[in-house]
Design a protein around this ligand. Structure first.
Ligand code: ADP
Ligand code: MG
Length: 710
């Protein structure tokens, strides 16, 4: 898109002024605002929003006050003022009287200073939180000011209170004092400084407050309704701008980014499909394959997010796609987040392809140098069809002759930056298929990964027996261990997982070791054999221990969450999760997905201590109630909010100042609809009615980046 057609005003906006230039700030307070609240510019102060407002618009009559009043403002004369009580009960009590009644004002601190400053018989304007003591109204530590003629009507706006810090408070910038600065700032701003950026028709049909008004009213609203309208407007703006940006990126890719063309379905795909595929594909798998086939046959780059529940069979979809690439003369790579998982993919896929003329290699951090060279050569001379590995696959030394398809398994460990690195692997970027480990709620996925196309596999392969999940307390541990014994007797295997949220956390490590000793006491050798895997182990040892479990040489796998993703041991039928309250929902679901992979009935036992938070209880309950990853993902979003949901942290698309994609879901839906309609009609934002929007986005994104997406 040409950016010459429109001229955006390049004179620097007053909003970019450094905060110390604002009257009342200066260098000292300026530094504090930067350090404490990250307020660097006028703009930052403008978007430092109040968390509540105090209503001083009305002056109430004392006689009309009711116990349910909260903060109130009254005016009257102070008719008496004396110190009462001793020691800790010592307080200053004043009586305030208007023509309808009287009210007690009480201070426990600063008593003598306040007593000196109060003039008996003088009229005061009083503000504070009303309470009742023995049936009579009183205010403790009220705000007092002389009641002068200009105050008769009350204020004409609600007083904002801002988030602040202890350090700022002692320097005269408490939650209310910041409002003085905001007030000064808003006086300086004109409509042209906050020009409208949402197209007129949307403003009208959604009845949105103008941008200029919204900023005024979110800080200093005349009443609660105007405040709500201002918040709605600014939330909508955040969501709408995000949706338009994502839409631009996506549609640009669809229209302009050249992609490698997979023209045909060839011998490799067909032979594998007919002769080697060990099962019938599920309807969902077929549908997704069709979507991939269509996407890759257009000559544009595919960037697709594949959401599928644990065990829905994403790997085979990836494999068939890679065969499609090979049929068209292209290489593929597949990345997994851990060495164990990469190796398992490699072994699983090699076994499936064993009699087929497809060359496949594994590259990880622990691939020996001698082997490495051969693999790199095969990749760069084009003789290698499929490269499976960890992050090692996207290192700079790895050069492909014709990379056409890249699979990123278990998305959440891969950041956007790493995804971008793949693009650089070819002159024409390869198609990218990103597969999530656990489902992300749809609304979240649309927002966090709105630049990706989206497929869902919401169907499990047939014949799976649902996993029975129960919650047990620590105190019944021996019963749980006995249950494991009975399963082992039937030839099954069991996982026992300990929390190790950060691999480097020492206490957790010790916790695991203690747990291991404990398990050993229940399951002594040589009747039982135990494998242990944790993040601090050398890769080779991890691998060896893992292999013993895979081959059923050991019946029990004691592990941290390194086992979490993807590992496949169909004979395992019990998953015990220790301190289950410490895990998030999606992690629990992912762990549970390690069992229920074979024909046997499987169990997941969530062990916890007796003391549980309400939230933890809620999580455990959900786990026991459902096996559906999509339901769990939605609940997780409700409980925790989007910030903590795995896989979205790096997204950057969820860092809204005001909007929440959970609470403001309806606004998000509107924003998405409008953005879609708008981009359909005017994909490059060239229509006159959209120029304001375009110029806003160009400023927000920056010219250089804009030219990349548009
Ligand atoms: P995930 O989506 O969690 O990565 P996998 O790809 O590891 O799941 O598949 C889980 C298991 O289901 C594997 O053992 C795989 O062979 C098996 N599987 C996949 N698709 C089917 C199918 N259509 N019918 C039967 N089994 C299947
Ligand atoms: Mg998988």
């Amino acid at each position: 898109m040409s950016i010459k057609k429109i001229t955006i005003s390049q004179h620097s906006s007053i909003l970019s002024n450094p905060i110390e230039y604002l009257k009342g700030v200066g260098p000292v307070k300026g530094d504090l605002l930067k350090k404490e609240l990250s307020i660097f510019t006028f703009q930052d102060l403008l978007t430092h929003f109040p968390y509540r407002h105090l209503d001083k618009t009305e002056i109430r009559k004392i006689g009309s006050l009711a116990p349910d009043a909260d903060f109130i403002q009254v005016a009257g004369r102070i008719v008496s003022c004396e110190i009462l009580g001793e020691r800790r009960g010592r307080r200053l009590v004043a009586e305030l009287r208007d023509d309808t009644g009287s009210l007690e004002l009480t201070w426990f601190q600063g008593i003598s200073w306040i007593q000196k400053s109060i003039q008996i018989g003088q009229a005061y304007l009083v503000f504070g939180k009303l309470s009742y003591f023995m049936g009579s109204p009183q205010i403790t530590h009220p705000e007092l000011e002389l009641f002068t003629a200009d105050k008769r009507e009350g204020k004409d706006y609600l007083d904002p209170v801002y988030p602040t810090t202890e350090k700022l408070k002692v320097r005269g910038l408490n939650g209310r004092q910041i409002g003085k600065l905001t007030h000064t700032l808003l006086q300086l701003l004109h409509e042209r400084d906050l020009p409208e950026n949402i197209p007129e028709n949307i403003i009208e049909s959604q009845q949105l407050t103008s941008r200029y008004e919204a900023y005024n009213h979110i800080h200093f609203p005349a009443n609660a309704t105007l405040y709500e309208k201002a918040v709605t407007r600014l939330k909508f703006e955040e969501l709408f701008m995000a949706q338009v940006r994502l839409g631009l990126i996506r549609s640009h890719r669809h229209r302009y980014s050249k992609g490698v063309l997979f023209e045909k379905v060839g011998d490799l795909f067909n032979t594998f499909y007919r002769s080697y595929l060990p099962f019938e594909l599920t309807g969902a798998q077929k549908r997704v394959l069709k979507e991939i086939r269509q996407d890759t046959g257009k000559g544009f780059q595919m960037n697709r997010l594949l959401q599928g529940d644990v065990g829905s069979g994403k790997t085979i979809v990836a494999l068939l796609s890679m065969l499609l690439a090979a049929d068209n003369g292209y290489q593929s790579c597949m990345m997994a987040p851990t060495e164990i998982l990469a190796r398992q993919h490699y072994e699983g896929i090699s076994a499936l392809l064993k009699d087929m003329p497809v060359s496949i290699e594994l590259l990880t951090g622990s691939t020996p140098k001698s082997k490495r060279k051969g693999i790199l050569d095969a990749a760069s001379n084009g003789s290698l069809h499929i490269l499976i590995g960890t992050h090692a696959v996207i290192e700079d030394q790895v050069q492909f002759a014709r990379l056409g398809f890249a699979v990123v398994d278990e998305q959440h460990r891969f950041g956007v930056a790493q995804r971008a690195k793949l693009w650089e692997k070819g002159v024409i970027p390869p198609h990218i298929l990103v597969m999530t480990a656990t489902p992300i709620p749809r609304t979240l996925a649309m927002t966090a990964y709105g630049d990706l196309d989206y497929s869902v596999m919401d169907e499990l392969p047939p014949g799976r027996k649902p996993i029975t999940t129960v919650h047990r307390y620590e105190t019944t541990r021996s019963t749980v261990m006995d249950f494991i014994k009975s399963e082992i007797k039937k030839g099954r295997q069991a996982y026992i997982i300990f929390p190790l949220i950060e691999e480097s956390e020492k206490p957790d490590y010790e916790n695991l070791m203690k747990g291991y000793e404990n398990v050993k006491a229940y399951f002594p050798e040589p009747t039982y054999w135990i494998s242990m895997v944790h993040g601090k182990m050398k890769a080779a040892q991890k691998e060896a221990n893992m292999q013993r479990f895979v081959q059923n040489d050991t019946q029990i796998m004691v592990s941290t969450t390194v086992i979490e993703v993807g590992v496949n041991v169909p004979n395992a039928s019990v998953m015990v999760i220790e301190s289950a309250e410490k895990f998030g929902l999606s992690q629990l679901h992912q762990l549970r997905g390690r069992v229920g992979r074979g024909a046997e009935k499987s169990y997941c036992i969530l062990l916890t201590g007796n003391k549980l938070t309400r939230e933890a209880r809620e999580r455990l309950k959900i786990m026991c109630e459902t096996n559906d990853g999509f339901v769990i993902a939605e609940k997780d979003l409700e409980i925790r909010g989007p910030g903590d949901i795995e896989g979205t942290r790096q997204s950057g698309m969820l860092n809204f100042k005001l909007a929440s994609i959970v609470q403001d879901k309806h606004l998000l839906d509107f924003a998405k609809q409008y953005a879609e309609i708008l981009l359909n009609e005017d994909p490059e934002l060239n229509l006159g009615v959209n120029l304001k929007l375009k110029s806003f986005l160009m400023q927000q994104i920056g010219q250089t980046n804009w030219s990349k997406i548009s």
